[in-house]
Design a protein around this ligand. Structure first.
Ligand code: RM4
Ligand code: MN
Ligand code: MN
Length: 427
């Protein structure tokens, strides 16, 4: 299944007049505020988000898994799915691989396939939270933190292998997320687990090529329910600093306890130049992996507001961030869900670009709390959709990607091509 530029253009024609009208109106309104809409459109067009290779099939819960049909059965097909997403949205120009779910057996062929879709390889992810069939050591009680040297060595070697695969494909970063922790008090020694983790991460760090970065992800609980070794941003920062200047923290939106002020974490990490990457999703309770922006869009906007501020006031030389969606789709068609997520990310970014930062700073200087809130909400309440549509369509994407996806019966076609009972590797 392919969607050609011509098909997209034909479809766009039916909506061009409407789009021009909405854009014209918004441009005038922004112009009155001294905002150049074209500048924002250009920034949006440049913004690309990596799609995780494990999010293209239906995910499961511990209660069940319901296949959507037509799921990709190999890495080539996964790239083709991302190709479809990218053709429609022009925002999904990268993929993030999880090893060993997606080992590139034929690296050259895989690279060419990705290239034909305009997709590059973002961070590679290691997996030390599941045992593989022929594996001698078990991760049941831990991996990089485990008390047994042989288990830790095995987990370090796996990460080195992931780096090797990434090098073949042109990736420039490794993301480490650990399930290590304890489900019961007394199960493990906190200090020893953390020391082991630091040492293992330092060993992995030694394997990083000079132009690579390592991202250390944190999560408060799950799969362990009493303690997690890398439980929060502070622990992640401590470990990153213990490794060196190529190690950074990674913020996954779902990896926070309810009501955590994530925007403040973003500001703190960027102040230290230690924010490396971002995993987008949304949640109401925990690591729910829901569609980005579906539950807390205002929080997402506030986070982007800090990201934009951090990028524009980059005193600590924070590197440009690795953006990725990290979600598992249990009910929706994963491709439709990813389109919605990409849209939500672009919306929050565009709204954040509208914030009148100098005015906000003045309001803060004057302790004008009301005005500060007004300034943020003025940006948040602007309907920026015409800007996003414009950025997308100028790059050859669809004005309304979901509508076109449905009009072209993409899922039905994928089912015809691949079968109804296919299962993608991943969660
Ligand atoms: C974890 C974490 C990691 C992801 C795995 C699949 O919860 O978010 O980033 O690699 O899930
Ligand atoms: Mn994640
Ligand atoms: Mn997660």
């Amino acid at each position: 299944m392919k969607i050609t530029k011509d098909q997209i253009q034909d479809f766009n024609k039916t909506e061009t007049a409407d789009q021009a009208e909405h854009l014209g109106f918004l441009k005038l309104a922004l112009d009155k505020k001294g905002i150049d809409a074209e500048e924002i459109v250009a920034k949006l067009a440049d913004f690309q988000v990596a799609i995780p290779s494990w999010a293209l099939g239906s995910g499961g819960t511990r209660f069940g898994r319901f296949s959507i049909g037509g799921e990709p059965t190999n890495l080539e097909q996964k790239l083709d799915d991302i190709g479809l997403l990218h053709a429609l949205t022009q925002t999904a120009g990268a993929v993030s691989l999880h090893i060993p779910w997606d080992i590139p057996r034929d690296a050259e062929g895989i690279k060419q396939r990705a290239d034909s879709h305009g997709i590059v390889f973002d961070a590679v992810n290691s997996n030390t939270f599941q045992d593989q069939s022929e594996q001698e050591q078990t991760y049941k009680y831990g991996s990089l933190a485990d008390r047994q040297t042989a288990v830790r060595e095995h987990a370090v070697a796996h990460n080195a292998e992931v780096i090797r695969y990434g090098k073949m494909l042109g990736s420039k970063s490794l993301t480490v997320w650990l399930a290590d922790g304890a489900s019961f008090p007394g199960q493990s020694n906190f200090r020893q687990s953390l020391q082991n983790t630091q040492k293992s991460l330092q060993e992995i760090y030694q394997e990083l090529p000079a132009d690579w970065r390592m991202f250390i992800e944190y999560k408060p609980y799950e799969p362990n329910f009493y303690s997690t070794v890398i439980q929060d941003w502070g622990t992640s920062l401590l470990l990153a600093e213990g490794c060196g200047e190529k190690a950074f923290c990674l913020v996954d939106l779902g990896h926070h306890l309810p009501n955590t002020n994530i925007e403040q974490i973003v500001a703190t990490l960027m102040m230290k130049g230690k924010l490396g990457g971002f995993h987008f999703n949304d949640s109401k309770y925990g690591d729910d992996d829901l569609t980005v922006g579906s539950i807390k869009p205002y929080q997402l906007f506030l986070i982007f507001n800090e990201l934009v501020f951090g990028m524009n006031h980059n005193d600590a030389n924070n590197p440009s961030l690795a953006w990725m969606i990290d979600a598992s789709h249990n009910i929706k068609d994963p491709l439709e869900d990813l389109i919605q997520s990409l849209e939500a990310i672009q919306l929050a970014y565009a709204q954040a670009l509208l914030v009148d930062t100098p005015a906000l700073q003045t309001a803060q200087e004057n302790n004008d709390v009301v005005l500060g809130q007004e300034i943020l909400q003025e940006a948040y309440r602007t309907d920026v959709r015409p800007l996003i549509r414009e950025a997308r369509s100028r790059r050859g994407g669809a004005l309304d990607p979901i509508a076109l996806y449905r009009k072209m019966n993409v899922r039905e076609n994928l089912i015809k091509e691949r079968g109804r009972k296919t299962v993608a590797t991943g969660l």
